[in-house]
Design a protein around this ligand. Structure first.
Ligand SMILES: *[C@@H]1O[C@H](CO)[C@@H](O)[C@H](O)[C@H]1NC(C)=O
Ligand SMILES: *[C@@H]1O[C@H](CO)[C@@H](O)[C@H](O)[C@H]1NC(C)=O
Ligand SMILES: *[C@@H]1O[C@H](CO)[C@@H](O)[C@H](O)[C@H]1NC(C)=O
Length: 461
């Protein structure tokens, strides 16, 4: 019996070892079960390569290299923009909007209303007085000139109509008085509350700018949530800036780290953005990024302002990390369905965007290139897999919105699987719908963390 058990153990161990080796693909492609692509049904379909897509914006960039840091002990070179004192309620810079809209907007509104009411009170009181006087005068004159009946009529008017008019006006006045009392109370309460600076869960740093590189150069050197306003026409919005990785200045546009946010979303949601920008982990400011997608409109706008680079960092479930960087990264606007254009790869994660999945060959590999592809979601099919056939949609099968081809070599917005390895049986449609980067871990390994960060490209000095 014992020997039998031992034999079992041996068989199991060797099988497990085989299984482990299975993950270490040699690129011969003989054993791989890559699902990033949707093979052709020969004779019935053909694969058309990516359409002619605009290249990414290239060139030297809007920024010069960063100035070298000041020598130790020397004067601090800090270009501080003088910000008006805002009493803790609105953001220090007026363009940046209001910090705690509820309290302080209410205060402004109340003050304005008080002014209005005061004005009404004053004028109506004056009018009431002079009207009463005039009417009494007129009344006296009239009594002399008119006949008795008329006199009686007028007397009645004076006795009844005028007093009732006055009573009505008095009533209005009383109501106004009450209203003023209420407003004064409310103002007092607001004053009490605004004595101390307004508190929010995520206080917004005083430094802000066009994007995270701009913020870095204005002195915002801590990685945390900031408010950015890319140009004069856009309203400010919150982002997470990574100011430490590779010299900082990175604007986080995509982040996965714990599966807390569902990425299987509609076109509109990917257009607007979703998820949690940042959290306060007890330090009093929001220095911990959440899972989020910044939004295609915003990503497009920021990347179209000039040459932009992208950094894609990822981590497996043992803590190992790799990265892919593209020196050029441009997302077209919604009218072109947010076409992706990248160039200038460097890194150790594998160049899936431009070369596709290295474990595939020929057309099978071409089908997994993302460069030049339009964005697709499960409710808006722009991929290269039988366009127009609703049963053949990459985004429907692969779990998230992405620049699917037919279909992917990278699937950062896919479903989040805890632990890494997952199987066809676990996947909703039997396809590799995990958080996949094929050139690093293959189709059936879902990463623990992945993020995409952008920065205006500038030549370093
Ligand atoms: C409104 O008018 C009344 C007199 O008609 C006056 O007693 C009161 O103080 C006025 N209130 C304000 C806020 O002006
Ligand atoms: C009151 O009478 C004077 C002159 O008699 C006139 O200037 C004024 O406009 C009158 N006021 C009202 C409220 O009728
Ligand atoms: C592409 O994939 C299909 C299905 O997996 C396979 O039959 C075919 O041989 C592959 N083509 C190449 C060139 O590897």
């Amino acid at each position: 019996m014992k020997t039998l058990l031992l034999l079992y153990l041996c068989v199991y161990v060797s099988w497990a070892a085989d299984n482990l080796e299975y993950d270490d693909y040699d690129t011969a492609g003989a054993n791989v079960n890559a699902r990033g692509h949707r093979p052709l049904v020969k004779g019935r379909e053909y694969y058309s390569r990516n359409r002619n897509a605009p290249p990414p914006i290239s060139g030297g960039g809007r920024y010069r290299g960063r100035p070298t840091s000041a020598p130790v002990g020397g004067q601090k070179v800090e270009e501080k923009v003088q910000q008006p004192e805002a009493g803790g309620c609105s953001h220090a810079s007026e363009q940046m909007g209001v910090l705690c809209p509820t309290g302080c907007e209410l205060k402004t509104t109340l003050l304005k209303q008080e002014d209005d009411v005061k004005r009404v009170n004053k004028t109506s009181a004056v009018q009431l007085q002079s009207k009463t006087q005039n009417e009494t005068k007129n009344d006296k004159k009239a009594t002399k000139n008119y006949k008795k009946e008329q006199h009686a009529y007028i007397k009645e008017t004076v006795d009844t109509v005028f007093p009732s008019n006055i009573r009505v006006l008095q009533g209005v006045l009383d109501k106004i008085k009450l209203k003023i009392q209420k407003l004064e109370k409310a103002i007092q309460a607001q004053k009490e509350e605004c004595k101390e600076p307004c508190k929010t869960k995520c206080p917004i740093p005083v430094v802000s700018g066009k994007e995270c590189e701009d913020i870095f150069r204005r002195g915002g050197k801590d990685s945390q949530m900031y408010l950015i306003k890319p140009d004069a026409f856009s309203s400010p919005y919150k982002v997470y800036c990574d100011q430490s990785t590779l010299n900082g200045g990175w604007l986080l546009i995509q982040n996965r780290l714990d599966g807390s946010v569902d990425f299987g979303r509609r076109w509109d949601e990917y257009r607007r953005g979703f998820g949690n920008i940042a959290f306060d982990a007890g330090k009093g400011h929001c220095e911990t990024p959440g899972e989020y997608w910044l939004g295609n409109d915003r990503i497009s706008q920021v990347t179209k302002m000039g040459p932009t680079e992208v950094l894609i960092e990822m981590q497996d479930w043992t803590g190992a990390k790799v990265q892919a960087q593209y020196r050029q990264f441009t997302i077209q606007s919604e009218t072109s369905n947010y076409v992706l254009a990248v160039d200038g790869y460097s890194g150790n994660a594998g160049n899936g965007f431009l070369e596709g999945s290295l474990e595939l060959f020929g057309e099978n590999r071409t089908m997994t290139i993302h460069n030049g592809m339009m964005f697709s979601t499960y409710d808006r099919d722009n991929d290269n897999w039988n366009p127009g056939d609703p049963s053949k949609q990459c985004a429907r099968e692969d779990g998230g919105g992405w620049w699917y081809n037919r279909c992917h070599s990278a699937n950062p917005n896919g479903r989040y699987y805890i632990g890494g390895a997952y199987t066809k049986q676990m996947a909703k449609h039997g396809t590799d719908d995990g958080v996949v980067w094929m050139n690093w871990k293959g189709s059936w390994y879902s990463l623990k963390a992945i993020s995409m960060k952008i920065r205006p490209f500038f030549a370093s000095r």
